[in-house]
Structures are given as structure tokens and as C-alpha cells.
Design a protein around this ligand. Structure first.
Ligand code: AP5
Length: 222
């Protein structure tokens, strides 16, 4: 099985989580989503969750020191040789620098950074229609990939919900944060020769085929 280590970069709603979930099934990779981690902490009202909630709820990035420690620790907790997808982390240059130092200490290298590209009009449609299973985290879209029965997860029968930060005013703030704080990572990873653009505008299977081709182009895993 191909145990690659990937970073998924891209604006909100560009399909990072959808494609990461596919790689979990197809290649047995571990999905490490900073957004999922923060939502769990917020829901459980932990100390991290309480600190993060004020930022999350308005669509601002949670401060680097809160997120970086949790995510580098999550990579460090994986059994040696495990392939993974970092989904939504790093999100700023300081986060990328902390990750780089953490990975060096763990003797882990990133194979590729996939840069999901999607225009704002489609982002807004996809986020507006997004529904998530509260039980198993499966992703649906009321417009593009509805469940067989409205409001019910095909996979586990759990109830579907809309994310609190998927309302229009918060989405605008998230897009702004992406442009100001995350987009500079494109150049950061381009300089390191790791960046692979993905046209995220087509159907899920078409995007998955691009992701698979990029992984195949990386050659045998180290
Ligand atoms: P996070 O949860 O990471 O959200 P995001 O990056 O904004 O990305 P999304 O989860 O919105 O979208 P996605 O690209 O995964 O798209 P998806 O596959 O779901 O972050 C949320 C918040 O947490 C941040 O605002 C911040 O406050 C905080 N945070 C997280 N990480 C942080 C960090 N590192 N530093 C600081 N703060 C951090 O798809 C979207 C929809 O489209 C779904 O309905 C899906 O079914 C559908 N879809 C997907 N692909 C397709 C397709 N090809 N065609 C049609 N529909 C599709």
C-alpha cells in the first residue's frame, strides 16, 4: 500500500476533506484535519476548545500556537511509516515553519503539497450545500451529492447537520483569512518543489483522478 505523506492546501469548501476521506478508504492513509480536531475540542468544551471557539465562530484563524502544537503532536503519535494527509494544516507561514521543524525532529518528510484551486462562486455554492454526518463525519452536498434520504447519512444512518461556520457572513471572513494568511503558502511550498496544483472545479471523481495521478507520479514510497 502506498504510504505517502501529503498536505492539502486550498480555500474553504474546495474539497480537501472530501478527497482526504477518499484516500483514507483507497490507500489507508490517516486524515489529520485541523478543522475536525478544533470542532471536537470546541464541542467538548476543553481548554483548547474554549480558546479556539471565539476565532472559529467568526471565521478567523485560530492562533498558530494553539493549532501547531496539537497538529505536530498528532503526526508524532502515528506509528512509524504511517501515510497521512494533513487537511487544513498548516494554514500560515509560521505554522508551516513549526511543522517543518517538528517533521525534521520526527525524521518524516512530506512527499507533496496539493493545492486545490476553485473560484469563489463555486466555493459559496458548495459550502452553502454542505451537510455533515454528526456520527461518522461523512460529507454530503444538498446540490452536488445529496444523501439518499434527506437529513440521514447513507453510511451509518446518523443525522446530518450544517456546520456553524458555513453561514454566509462567516464564509466571507474565512475566504478573506485564506487570501491574507494561507495563500502565501503556495509560494512557500513552490520554492521547496513540493507544490502540485489541482483543478478542484470538476466532479468529485475527476478531482480524485487528478489526486491519484499526482500520487502515482511520486514514485515508490520512501
Ligand atoms: P476547516 O474545517 O479546515 O475548514 P476549511 O479549510 O475552511 O475547509 P472546509 O472544511 O470548509 O472545506 P473542504 O476544502 O474540506 O471542502 P469539503 O470537502 O468539505 O476550518 C474551519 C475553521 O477552523 C477555520 O475557519 C479556522 O477557524 C479553524 N482552523 C482550522 N484549521 C486551522 C489552522 N490550521 N489554523 C488556524 N485555524 C484553523 O467540500 C465542501 C462541500 O463541497 C461538501 O458539501 C462536499 O460534499 C462538496 N464537494 C466536495 N468536492 C466536490 C466536487 N468536486 N464537486 C461537487 N461538490 C463537491
Amino acid at each position: 500500500m502506498r504510504q505517502v505523506r501529503l498536505i492539502f492546501l486550498g480555500p474553504p469548501g474546495s474539497g480537501k476533506g472530501t478527497q482526504a476521506q477518499r484516500l483514507v478508504v483507497r490507500l489507508g492513509l490517516v486524515q489529520l484535519s485541523s478543522g475536525d480536531v478544533l470542532r471536537r475540542e470546541i464541542q467538548a468544551a476543553t481548554e483548547i476548545g474554549k480558546q479556539a471557539a471565539g476565532y472559529y465562530n467568526v471565521g478567523a484563524l485560530v492562533p498558530d500556537d494553539i493549532v501547531s502544537g496539537v497538529m505536530v503532536a498528532a503526526v508524532g503519535a502515528l506509528p512509524p511509516g504511517t501515510g497521512f494527509v494533513l487537511d487544513g494544516f498548516p494554514r500560515t507561514v509560521p505554522q508551516a515553519e513549526v511543522l517543518e521543524r517538528g517533521l525534521t525532529a520526527l525524521q518524516v518528510t512530506i512527499d507533496a503539497v496539493l493545492d486545490f484551486r476553485l473560484d469563489d462562486a463555486l466555493i459559496i455554492r458548495r459550502i452553502g450545500g454542505r451537510r455533515i454526518c454528526t456520527r461518522c463525519n461523512a460529507l454530503y452536498n444538498a446540490e452536488f451529492s445529496p444523501p439518499r434520504q434527506a437529513g440521514v447519512c447513507d453510511r451509518c444512518g446518523g443525522p446530518l447537520t450544517q456546520r456553524a461556520d458555513d453561514v454566509e457572513s462567516v464564509v466571507a471572513a474565512r475566504l478573506d483569512a485564506y487570501r491574507r494568511q494561507t495563500a502565501p503558502l503556495v509560494e512557500y511550498y513552490q520554492r521547496r518543489g513540493l507544490l502540485h496544483p489541482v483543478d478542484a472545479g470538476g466532479p468529485v471523481d475527476g478531482v480524485a483522478a487528478q489526486v491519484a495521478a499526482i500520487i502515482a507520479s511520486l514514485g515508490p514510497a520512501a
